[in-house]
Design a protein around this ligand. Sequence first.
Ligand code: CA
Ligand code: CA
Length: 195
Amino acid sequence: MKTVIRLLAAALTAALLAAAPALAAGELFSFDFENGVPEAWSAGRTFDLDQGKTLGLFNSRNPKTPAATTLRLGGLPAGKPVRLTFDLVLIGSWDSEGELADLFSVISSKGTVLLDLTAFPCKIEGDNEEKPIGNTGLCKVPASSRLLGYWVLPQAIEIAPGEIADGRLELTFKGVTSARKVEFWALDNVRVSLP
Ligand SMILES: [Ca+2]
Ligand SMILES: [Ca+2]
């Protein structure tokens, strides 16, 4: 019986290792969402783009998508800063100003605003959502029949040791979008590492 349990444990460990992306030097956590969404995340859905799976979609005005997601990590080294990097995927023509302005932020469980984005590069030709400028690619979202442009914006944030308590770090990623059907966001390649 013990052998069976040991074999099962070995198989389970192998399966878990296969599901998680390999960690590079200095990396503590890495999420690429290619095999789904680990329990560390409060939101569980993935969204396919040409380059692979992302965590999403999110939109603060659409009842079918969450407005935010929280990442809960444990086992971080005490007294050391960490570096958070991720790809922010903006879908549709996010606005930097005016009544339709949109926002994206990352906030720690202590209330510290670690990232506060108010300017976005999502330009389109005139009012034509189907003619994005300088975008990474095009995608179809369930809420819209139109083909929308998306932009991948790599982010890097240094997180002070004071944000980590008992080895735990909790981060909320949140977007505020004015449009319900043509502005979404997603995350990919989220990594926490020692700087
Ligand atoms: Ca991915
Ligand atoms: Ca907007």
